[in-house]
Design a protein. Sequence first.
Length: 80
Amino acid sequence: MQRVFVQIRCRPGTTYSVAEKIVLREIHAELYSTSGDYDLLMKVHVPEGEDIGKFISENLHDIDGIERTLTTMTFNAFGT
C-alpha cells in the first residue's frame, strides 16, 4: 500500500458536507479537520501499483464543495 496524504480546501460553508461525502465513499484511512490554508487532511492507502493521481481524481475531485487539493506522497525511508 502507498500512504498518501491529501489536504483539501473547501468552499466556505461546505467542509462538513465534503467530509460526510468522503466518509460515505470509504476511501480514507483517517480524516481530520484542520486549521490554516486547507480545511481537511485525509490519509489514504492507495493499492500498490495503482496510479495515485488517477485514484485521487476518480475518488475525490467530483465531490461538490472541494475547491483545491494538495497531495503529499510518503516514502518508507526509515524502515517503519
